[in-house]
Design a protein around this ligand. Sequence first.
Ligand code: ZN
Length: 217
Amino acid sequence: MSENQSKGPAVIDAGLKWAHGLAERQRTELLVLHHAAGNGSVEAIHREHLDRGWSGIAYHYYVRKDGAIYRGRPEWATGGHTLGENWRSLGVCFEGNFEIEEMDPEQLKSGGELVADIRARYPGIEVKRHRELGVTACPGENFPFDEILEYEEEQPVVYAKLGDVPEYYRPTIRKLMEQKALVGVVDPDPNSLDDNVINVDEIYCRVMTTLDRMGKI
Ligand SMILES: [Zn+2]
């Protein structure tokens, strides 16, 4: 019933226009993480790369310091971010210079979500820092590589069974179950309330307990 598949973080399409046709990438085996070594918009990087005679921004995604994620090249297209590896890799660039800066939590969260989403969609994909693949400091000494890879989306706390519900809320939840107003999504033993899988969260418990205290339940 529940949808566990990650839908991925929101990605902003800035409507970038390409100078030349983009080539389709045949393989996706590697994800390379970069920093911009400076600050600026996705349009500014696009412009800079156009000025070098390229098709446009060389990365597939650009993560700003405020956590906004922008689409660069379409995911199907060959990037231009890592010499010798573009034919088989995706490139994500983070705004900032992590030689001298530390990453803010908003950017870390978005970057973590984006990398987790890409890894989920390309099972077995390797993730590397640019500097592991070429002579560069990119993405900088302070780049939080491990934290980004270890990032897991925070899941809301769900109480699966009556016994998992905090004691304060439990009498109300029990009452709702006894009234059959709340029934288990799975109920192995109809004579027991304790094995019912109810999957209620804290907000549900709080609202119901408030209603109960108001005499509405
Ligand atoms: Zn780089």
